[in-house]
Design a protein around this ligand. Structure first.
Ligand SMILES: Nc1nc2c(c(=O)[nH]1)N[C@H]1C(S)=C(S)[C@@H](COP(=O)(O)OP(=O)(O)OC[C@H]3O[C@@H](n4cnc5c(=O)[nH]c(N)nc54)[C@H](O)[C@@H]3O)O[C@H]1N2
Ligand SMILES: Nc1nc2c(c(=O)[nH]1)N[C@H]1C(S)=C(S)[C@@H](COP(=O)(O)OP(=O)(O)OC[C@H]3O[C@@H](n4cnc5c(=O)[nH]c(N)nc54)[C@H](O)[C@@H]3O)O[C@H]1N2
Ligand code: SF4
Ligand SMILES: [Mo]
Length: 710
């Protein structure tokens, strides 16, 4: 591979491109003359640690397959280079023509939790003001939407962690519910180590014995999808064991009686029968959790289900009843995933939201933002379709799509359907630094700067707004997403509202737009972030220090009280049956990130995890004749695909696991179920019904199997 060598600014402190931990990072020039990422010892979240993905991220800055020119698909189906003006003029013209024929909502925008706050804000504004379309949503719908909806219901606000991560070190018990953070947020383990040194313990709730569960004092290896039964069952038992805090319930919450009656039928017997967890473990969990300084932190396990929102409320009910929420080193939090998964859900790239976490269906919110943007309220579009629904209507209601920061062809459930949709569009525009499985279907691919080549802000998993500073000079020919949005807006006749010369200007507008909203950034600016290593929102005025800890005195409902929300178990969208007798669940490897569009390009990560394997319990393997290292066909009602078998006692015998970081024939999302949570519209990535069988060895047998059939 030939390398382009960017000029490095070694003295600058910035942050990692990937997850919501947003480790502090610097770049230096390695002995081979190439950029090398280093962990910033002085950033107070990672404290000099990073994971393998961060350490190897410099490789992305000098790859020869980096895009340097806008590409346009020619009639022959191959990409040809065009100038920026040609690309932008033609895209704008095609948008205008499509909207003229099919109406404003025929153009959709798809955003991302990888985008800076500035880009996320501008994309939301672009869709509503320049395109005037209802159709905008983003991949945070796949990630944080259930946790967000659950926290809003219970607390009246959605900030992933209501306290700094360093508080974990001061806890006595931490229950990790469906989070494999030893692999997905590795530097966070420093806080767990400190907590354990002080005698603290970890409880893990996961159907798999993960690297996180190996470090736990108690592992509740539940049946996939039985989370609400377990959470309600723990509360049932806590009430019976008199391990709840009546004074707290009376003074800080409403609705406990309904929840008490809702959980009355969730007996230890039921939990044992459905979740497969015995009473001794349940009792132990209740005793530890009910002691002071207890935290419950959830990951995507219980959230990526069609009852994800209810699952979150059930976990919060438990922590409220025990009186933990708002006390030091205690409470509930969700572990946000993407780099700007938190900020990305606050500034209006979600179909139902306006900046500052305002609602697009609330008249007061609409009037405020319409005035701020200088348009009549009647011109502001209403709520559009959620991510999966939007992608499933490509080619029908939606004729053109603009994608910023998501590899939807790999990341979306039932991805075969999405791929057909992408192919049927009149216009697909993808902005990215590299080609990926989604942009292969694009009419235009616009090359953008990578994280280390641009400026902006991100909001990490704690709600701390941080400054992403340029670590290298961008290569020639690339532009930023925000510049592209401004240039397109001009061509769509909206230059006045998109007149920005640098990210700081966008941030200052964004901050003002959030004034008085639930996620109030109005007292934050770049200087303040720089002086303080980040500022926690809400920060409603210039002299306000920011808010590291929430809920000490009040919750964010008008009466200041938290809500108990009664919830009932529901079966998964698809349950195992005779034809598809197993649970298929999906998730992550430590060495790959999300759709893999970035990490599959990094040599050491690719060799560490070159392909997805299917985890199978030895008993299941024996029964079905599956062999370690041999190919097997996994099929569901959507499709079948081939995966290499990995036999391990780390998984339940009724469940198989496949990571989703790979594209094409290796994409597990060809198999997953696009069923959605009715409230959050989160897809059920964590459960569908599947079958596995050894791959037939005779080539002619292949034709008889339903491999690859929908
Ligand atoms: N290495 C790495 N790190 C990452 C990412 C990455 O792709 N790779 N992505 C980032 C992003 S965007 C996100 S959202 C986070 C995700 O971080 P996590 O939530 O930690 O990751 P997952 O592997 O998706 O799911 C966590 C666990 O849920 C379990 N699970 C499956 N089904 C169920 C169930 O029914 N109930 C319960 N309780 N658990 C279940 C799985 O076995 C898995 O171990 O990671 C972030 N960090
Ligand atoms: N089966 C299954 N599927 C899942 C999940 C699961 O657990 N199981 N998890 C879901 C979750 S939690 C998530 S977050 C999604 C993630 O999946 P995706 O939405 O596909 O996210 P990434 O793989 O991070 O893709 C990011 C793309 O954006 C590009 N990019 C990065 N930064 C920028 C930027 O600033 N501008 C532009 N224009 N492009 C940028 C990268 O190069 C890459 O091509 O997958 C979801 N899909
Ligand atoms: S991927 Fe996450 S944990 Fe790993 S270095 Fe980057 S920010 Fe830190
Ligand atoms: Mo995510």
């Amino acid at each position: 591979m030939t390398s382009t060598r960017p000029r490095v600014f070694p003295e600058v402190r910035s942050h990692c491109p990937y997850c919501a931990f947003q480790c502090g990072m610097t770049l230096s020039v390695g002995s081979d003359g190439l950029p090398e990422a280093k962990a910033d010892p002085s950033f107070p979240v990672n404290n000099g640690q990073m994971c393998i993905k961060g350490f190897t991220s410099g490789e992305l800055l000098q790859r020869s397959d980096r895009l340097h020119h806008p590409l346009r698909k020619s009639v022959s189906g191959s990409f040809a280079k065009v100038s920026w003006d040609q690309a932008l003029d033609e895209i704008a013209e095609r948008i205008i023509n499509i909207q003229r024929t099919n109406g404003p909502d025929s153009i959709g925008c798809f955003g991302s939790g990888a985008l800076t706050n500035e880009k996320a804000y501008l994309l939301g504004k672009f869709a509503r003001v320049a395109l005037r379309t209802r159709m905008i949503d983003y991949n945070g719908r796949y990630c944080m939407s259930s946790a967000a909806a659950g926290q809003n219901r219970s607390f009246g606000i959605d900030r992933g962690l209501p306290f700094p991560v360093a508080d974990i070190a001061g806890a006595k018990t931490v229950m990790l519910w469906g989070s494999n953070l030893a692999d997905t947020l590795p530097p966070i383990m420093q806080y767990f180590e400190r907590m354990q040194e002080a005698g603290g313990r970890i409880i893990v709730v996961d159907p798999r014995l993960t690297s996180t569960a190996r470090q736990a004092h108690l592992h509740l290896q539940l049946t996939p999808g039985s989370d609400v039964i377990l959470a309600n069952g723990l509360l049932h038992l806590a009430i019976e064991m008199k391990r709840i805090d009546q004074t707290y319930i009376r003074s800080r919450t409403v609705g406990f009686e309904q929840v008490r009656s809702a959980v009355s039928r969730y007996t230890p017997d039921l939990v044992e029968r459905v979740c497969g967890i015995g009473i001794d473990k349940l009792r132990q969990a209740v005793i530890w959790l009910s002691e002071e300084r207890s935290m419950l932190l959830s990951g995507r396990g219980p959230e990526q289900q069609i009852k994800g929102v209810d699952g979150v409320c059930a976990m919060i009910n438990l922590m409220l009843a025990m009186g933990h929420v708002g006390k030091p080193f205690s409470g509930y939090g969700t572990l946000t995933g993407q780099g700007n998964g938190q900020g990305g859900r606050e500034h209006g790239q979600k179909s139902d939201q306006l900046p500052g976490y305002r609602s697009i269906e609330n008249l007061t919110d609409r009037l405020e933002i319409a005035r701020f943007w200088g348009i009549p309220e009647t011109e502001l579009p209403r709520k559009g379709l959620s991510a999966v629904e939007m992608l499933r209507s490509l080619g029908q209601q939606i004729r053109g799509l603009l994608v910023f920061g998501s590899n939807v062809a790999v990341a979306t459930p039932d991805s075969g359907h999405v791929e057909s949709g992408l192919q049927s569009l009149d216009l697909l525009v993808v902005t990215d630094s590299f080609l990926n499985e989604t942009s292969q279907y694009a009419d235009f691919v616009l090359p953008v700067t990578q994280w280390a080549e641009e400026e902006g802000t991100m909001t990490n998993l704690e709600g701390r707004v941080i400054h992403r500073r340029p670590l290298v000079e961008p290569p020639e020919g690339v532009r930023t997403d925000w510049w592209i949005l401004c240039e397109l807006a001009k061509r769509l006749g909206r230059s006045e509202q998109f007149n920005f010369s640098e990210p700081k200007d966008i941030f200052d507008e964004l901050a003002q737009a959030t004034r008085g909203g639930r996620a109030d950034y109005s007292g934050i600016n770049y200087d303040k972030i720089d002086r303080n290593d980040g500022v926690f929102w809400p920060c409603p005025s210039k002299d306000h220090p920011g808010t590291p800890r929430l809920f000490a005195d009040r919750f964010f409902h008008e009466d200041g009280l938290a809500r108990f929300v009664p919830v009932e178990h529901r079966p998964a969208g698809e349950m195992p049956d005779q034809t598809y007798p197993l649970y298929l669940t999906t998730g992550r490897y430590k060495e790959q990130y999300n759709s893999g569009a970035q990490t599959r390009k990094v040599g050491s990560l690719r060799s560490a995890r070159p392909m997805p394997c299917v985890q199978v319990h030895p008993r299941l393997a024996e029964r079905l004749g599956l062999e370690e290292g041999e190919p097997a066909i996994v099929s569901t009602r959507r499709a079948g695909a081939e995966f290499i078998v990995q036999i391990t006692t780390d998984i339940r015998p009724d469940t198989i696991f496949i990571p989703f970081h790979y594209g094409g024939k290796e994409a597990v999302n060809r198999l997953t179920n696009p069923a959605l949570d009715p409230v959050s519209r989160m897809p059920e990535y964590k459960i569908c019904a599947a079958r596995i069988e050894p791959k037939p060895t005779e080539p002619d047998l292949l034709e008889d199997s339903d491999y690859g059939q929908a």
